[in-house]
Design a protein around this ligand. Structure first.
Ligand code: SF4
Ligand code: SF4
Length: 732
């Protein structure tokens, strides 16, 4: 070992020892913070499916690749990071001797070839990612960026480190080529040989370059260890467990889509019959009341801003960005952690748990963090502003986009639950809706005995459950379908089409009550449970003696469709629920309905969030429309998985939209820009929102918003009176 190698070896060992010590400390700190969360035993089920999903999602980059170029570039960088870690290991042999290399595999040509290819592709990948970050930097002139609010220096730092590590890998090889100590052939390592042609034949060059490579790598480790909230770096390790422990490993898309989690306390679903707010947790009032998986979610966020770029609230000037919400919760959790780890925290009655002695050594900042209300305005020192919390439409665009499977909607609703159930703090205008749900069983407060009024004037009888011996489908009409004038036309259209196709169906009539969706999404789990239990009882009675496959329900409202199909199982109600567009598509494809007259003037389709993104029903409504217009749909730029919310979900239908641009107006402008005269929808709330948007723009004469079922009915029975446009909006 020469004198140069003595110095390089000592320096490499020294910086590595410091970096490893700091990294171990950081991992222990992070683990301690995540363990502060509440139990979530359900996350350990079905380990086989979880492992498979984790491997497919990471190795296949299935979620990242939704954004083609970024996904592909990131894949090469990820593979480069894993495989080229071996080359960092090899650098430790090279600081000792410039001709050194990894034992055994370091002599294989295939190893030389593989690492060469991955280095080159990794270089291309990181340069692409760097260019994308610079092009989308928040400070660029004009426009909003998905990186707005991200810690930009951290992203640049990580990318430069990757770039330099890759470059120095080639420089080491170049010195070995130049000094004739490189054993791989030119065909396998052409780039290394090219670098070798331009560097001097310095015998110690490989050792010095290897030291620089180690110093760069260990600087990265030291910096991220000193910044445990640096998700852009830590996600390289945390993404694996975060994906493994996702809510539902079998789900094809975001696992936080579809049903909401039940309200949990101590890892068990809360039973409202026995629940006591002084002993049981009602939603989330403190950051440590999230589950440990919630805290892992916050730690894993890469700050990529994909969620932010798709969020309807953020895109229309509201203060909510799912990314910034996650980052606020993360930063608060880590800042509050010393106080919590010292034994601090409030019990469920709001009393401090720690003694003065326990908190005596804490610094004032972490004590102050412990006092911050989780939900509160800036003046109150709150972590999350109420306007942020109540801006969410629960549309799921954030969950759909997140490459590391963060479950934003669950976290938002958990915080709402505490605000509604314990603090009675929510936008006051939604109070009428909640009172109507409790007292009248529907959000409008319409009399229950008018639930069947929509059947009046039909030229066939609509049977009620109990009046007919048998029926194939229970037609779940929903509150909008029964009480809201425009939605009633959809209900009548669906009933007419089912009758035309000879489908045997029956309705519950006055036996139906609200599915509970608006109560659940606003956070009033108590009212949801009350309504849902009543409906589950009624439905179980209606289907008595039938196996699940024959307990078929067809619903016109995607919110009912989601709640009945995905959430009633939590209360003992197992049903096969289809959306009316799915049933209609089946009836057309099997020849039971025949469109005869093409609907002209151009048609575009707005995907309802709870039908599309939350439940992956994208094809059926398009098939029905394709048959009805006997041609091609005109798609909006934001469609299917990336569809833009109408603004009504998450009980936003019942709240005023006072901040920023109206979401429905944004969507209507996009629909109108297609030039289509008909905007087809599959949800009564989307219909109301988009009709309001069209009327607000004074475009009611040029553009019509109408349900898919009505479009089909016009094609199947062109003689049927239309009347959709003349309908008066919203009763009550
Ligand atoms: S659910 Fe929709 S509105 Fe809510 S944060 Fe996510 S993207 Fe934004
Ligand atoms: S998409 Fe996921 S990882 Fe990216 S910023 Fe949003 S929450 Fe974080």
């Amino acid at each position: 070992m020469g004198s140069v190698q003595i110095v390089t070896t000592i320096l490499a060992a020294g910086i590595t020892a410091v970096a490893v010590w700091l990294a171990v400390r950081a991992v222990m700190k992070m683990t301690a913070v995540i363990r502060l969360g509440q139990p979530a035993p359900e996350r350990f089920s079905d380990k086989g499916a979880r492992t498979r999903k984790m491997l497919v999602e990471t190795a296949g980059h299935t979620r990242m690749l939704k954004w083609g170029v970024v996904g592909a570039a990131h894949w090469f960088v990820m593979v480069g990071f894993i495989v080229l870690s071996l080359l960092v290991l090899e650098a430790y042999f090279e600081v000792v001797t410039p001709t050194g290399g990894l034992p055994i595999i370091g002599h294989w040509t295939i190893f030389g070839l593989a690492t060469e290819v991955i280095t080159v592709l990794g270089l291309v990948g990181i340069l692409v990612l760097m260019a994308i970050r610079v092009r989308n930097r928040p400070s660029r002139p004009g426009g909003r960026s998905r990186f707005t609010g991200s810690t930009m220096w951290q992203g640049y730092f990580v990318e430069w480190i990757v770039l330099l590590v890759l470059i120095f890998g080639l420089v080491i090889r170049g010195f070995k080529v130049a000094t004739d100590h490189f054993e791989y052939p030119v065909w396998a390592t052409p780039v290394s040989h090219a670098v070798g042609a331009i560097v001097p034949d310095w015998s110690d060059g490989a050792s010095v370059a290897a030291l620089i490579k180690i110093v760069i790598s260990m600087t990265w480790l030291i910096v991220i260890s000193l910044n445990v909230t640096m998700g852009v770096a830590w996600h390289r390790f945390l993404a694996f467990p975060n994906i493994f422990f996702k809510r539902d490993p079998e789900k094809p898309a975001g696992s936080g889509l579809g049903p909401l989690r039940p309200m949990m306390s101590e890892g068990k679903p809360l039973d409202f019959e026995e629940a006591d707010p002084e002993k049981d947790q009602f939603g989330v009032a403190q950051v440590e009341q999230f589950t440990w998986k919630g805290l892992l979610d916050f730690s894993t966020c890469t700050e990529c801003g994909r969620c932010q770029s798709q969020c309807p609230a953020w895109n229309t000037g509201k203060p909510l960005s799912p990314k910034l919400l996650v980052l606020s919760l993360r930063d608060h959790a880590y800042a509050k952690a010393p106080y919590l780890l010292a034994g601090g925290g409030k019990d469920l009655t709001g009393e401090e748990k720690a003694t003065q002695a326990q908190l005596a050594h804490l610094d004032v900042l972490s004590l102050a963090e412990g006092d911050k209300p989780l939900i509160g305005t800036a003046e109150e020192g709150g972590v999350i502003d109420p306007d942020v919390l109540w801006s969410c439409t629960t549309c799921g665009a954030c969950v759909e986009q997140c490459p590391v499977d963060i479950e934003h909607v669950d976290h938002i609703v958990d915080m709402r639950r505490y605000q509604v159930l314990i603090e009675s703090s929510f936008p006051s205008e939604a109070g009428v809706m909640l009172r109507n749900l409790e007292n009248k069983g529907n959000p409008w407060g319409a009399p229950q005995n008018t639930r069947e009024d929509w059947t009046k004037g039909l030229d066939f009888e609509v049977p009620r459950v109990g009046e007919v011996d048998d029926f194939e489908y229970l037609f779940w009409v929903g509150c909008a379908g029964a009480f809201e004038d425009r939605a009633k036309k959809t209900t009548r259209a669906v009933a007419t089409l089912l009758n035309e196709a000879g489908v045997s169906f029956a309705i519950l009539g006055e036996g139906e009550t609200c599915s509970g969706d608006p109560a659940r999404r606003i956070g009033n789990e108590f009212v949801f449970q009350m309504l849902a239990q009543q409906n589950v009882e009624t439905l179980n009675e209606a289907f008595e003696g039938r196996e699940k496959a024959k307990r078929k329900i067809v619903a016109t409202c995607p919110h009912c469709f989601n709640t009945l199909g995905n959430e009633y199982g939590q209360l003992g109600g197992e049903f096969e629920v289809v959306h009316h567009t799915q049933l209609l598509a089946h009836l057309v494809s099997t020849g039971k309905l025949t469109p005869v007259q093409p609907v002209d003037g151009g048609v575009t389709y707005h995907d309802p969030c709870y039908l599309g993104r939350h439940n992956r029903v994208f094809a059926a409504p398009r098939e029905v429309l394709g048959d009805a217009i006997q041609g091609e749909l005109t798609e909006m730029p934001r469609n299917s998985e990336r569809s833009f919310c109408c603004g009504a979900g998450g009980a936003r239908m019942w709240m005023e939209e006072k901040i920023g641009k109206r979401i429905n107006v944004d969507r209507v402008e996009e629909a109108m820009a297609t030039g289509a005269r008909t905007v087809a929808v599959g949800c009564p709330f989307c219909s109301t929102m988009l009709n309001d948007g069209v009327n607000g723009k004074g475009a009611g004469e040029q553009v019509e918003v109408v349900d898919v079922a009505s479009v089909l009915l016009r094609s199947v029975k062109p003689e049927q009176p239309r009347g959709d446009k003349e309908a008066t909006p919203v009763a009550g």
